[in-house]
Design a protein around this ligand. Structure first.
Ligand SMILES: NC(=O)c1ccc[n+]([C@@H]2O[C@H](COP(=O)([O-])OP(=O)(O)OC[C@H]3O[C@@H](n4cnc5c(N)ncnc54)[C@H](O)[C@@H]3O)[C@@H](O)[C@H]2O)c1
Length: 374
């Protein structure tokens, strides 16, 4: 049985890409929504997003600011915590900023929530906490702690290898795989997730963490070169440039549409049995980066702009990680339903109406200057 609807939900970081979709879905389902978001420059260029649902109340403020938090939490029944600095590569040098926003922000949020009548807190965690996904050897042994060693020569496999030097075979990654925190971003997301579960349990709130895989769809920040591989590719294509792909492009991920992710948040807010648990949120389908680069170029009418593979890896990047969706299906009743081809066509139509500043080369230079590309 579903619980009675909570009425007012605070969404931290709710003006962002995922936040706006979650906001709209909650409003459509009868919730009152308040957003706390400082509209950070890197994502919003200082502007209120045009598609921010007007029925949501927006407090322009930082999740670390106690007075903004106190106003934001007034008469709130539940919290969806999305506020974060989002970028794996950037987190490796903007360390203080990432730790501050993601972890001190979560700490401040919880200190302000204690003593209020808040039933449930749902936090956006990330697949990045897994590091490498789950693998098996050719003989069928499960490998939870695959790591990549430096490649012996230019034509060596990019895949993690078993003890005999044979490439490991990637499998869908379930929630029980132990985390392997390969970047500052991953570390901060894991702390966000664990703070949420630990403190919710201690103070009689219900904590839920959703480990989101690669989210895509309309509204993703196109000019932010630090996050969202499809948005980064779209921005390049829109500017007549070939997408840049690291390694050989055969690394595999799970792309899940933002409308499905919004439905997962609604289920995580409402399902009683979700309390205290962690769920993967993905489509259950895996694709290579090269494949999605080519598909997007086609969907955007620029098939000649096929991805350019650079044959280098970014420090902290993983080879394969894609989603085992079993637990979310069984406990949350959640199943992604967006067809990938249709999702890409819609994304292409949305992108065609946007302008995007392509800052990918600049972002790549920043990593290279710091020795974060090998
Ligand atoms: N997009 C993905 O593929 C993906 C995957 C895994 C996890 N996530 C997580 O989902 C959440 C939302 O991501 P998104 O893709 O919508 O990113 P986004 O950058 O579009 O949204 C993040 C929002 O947080 C806000 N924000 C930044 N600093 C803040 C602060 N100090 N206080 C309050 N708000 C602040 C930003 O202004 C922005 O509106 C994040 O927690 C992210 O780590 C996203």
């Amino acid at each position: 049985m579903e619980v009675a609807r909570v009425e007012t939900v605070l969404i931290t970081g709710g003006a962002g890409f995922i936040g706006r979709h979650v906001t709209q879905l909650l409003l459509d389902n009868g919730y009152t929504v308040r957003i706390l978001d400082p509209l950070i420059e890197q994502v919003h260029q200082g502007q209120r997003p045009a598609d921010l649902p007007p029925a949501a109340e927006l407090i322009v403020g930082d999740v670390r600011d106690r007075s903004a938090l106190s106003r934001g939490l007034e008469k709130v029944d539940a919290v969806i915590h999305l506020a974060a600095e989002v970028g794996v590569g950037q987190s490796m040098y903007a360390v203080e900023r990432y730790v501050s926003v993601n972890d001190l922000g979560t700490a401040a949020l919880f200190e302000e929530m204690v003593g209020r009548n808040i039933r449930r807190v749902v936090v956006a965690s990330s697949m990045s906490i897994y590091g490498e996904g789950l693998y098996r050897t050719e003989g069928g042994d499960i490998v939870e702690n695959a790591v990549r060693r430096p490649r012996a020569c230019d034509d060596a496999s990019w895949d993690p290898l078993d003890e005999q030097g044979l490439p490991l075979i990637p499998m869908p990654t379930p929630e029980w795989k132990r985390p392997s925190l390969a970047s500052v971003y991953a570390l901060t997301k894991y702390v966000q997730e664990q703070l949420t579960l630990t403190l919710s349990a201690a103070y009689g709130m219900e904590g839920v963490a959703l480990r989101l895989f690669n989210v895509y769809g309309p509204g993703q920040a196109l000019s932010n070169p630090y996050t969202g591989v499809l948005a980064i590719f779209a921005s390049r294509l829109l500017n007549g440039q070939r997408p840049i792909v690291f390694e050989d492009g055969r690394q595999r991920r799970d792309f899940v549409h933002v409308s499905d992710v919004a439905r997962a948040f609604l289920a995580a807010l409402e399902k009683p049995s979700a309390a205290g648990q962690v769920f993967n949120v993905g489509s259950g389908e895996d694709r290579s980066i090269l494949e999605i680069g080519n598909s997007l170029a086609e969907a955007m009418g620029r098939p000649e702009l096929s991805p350019e593979t650079v044959g280098k890896a970014r420090i902290g990047d993983i080879r394969h990680c894609f989603c085992d969706v079993t637990k979310a299906r069984e406990v949350l009743g959640f199943k992604a339903s967006k067809d990938f081809g249709q999702g890409l066509s819609e994304l292409a139509r949305w992108v065609a109406r946007q302008t995007a500043h392509d800052r990918v080369e600049q972002a790549r230079r920043e990593l290279e200057q710091r020795g974060l590309v090998a």
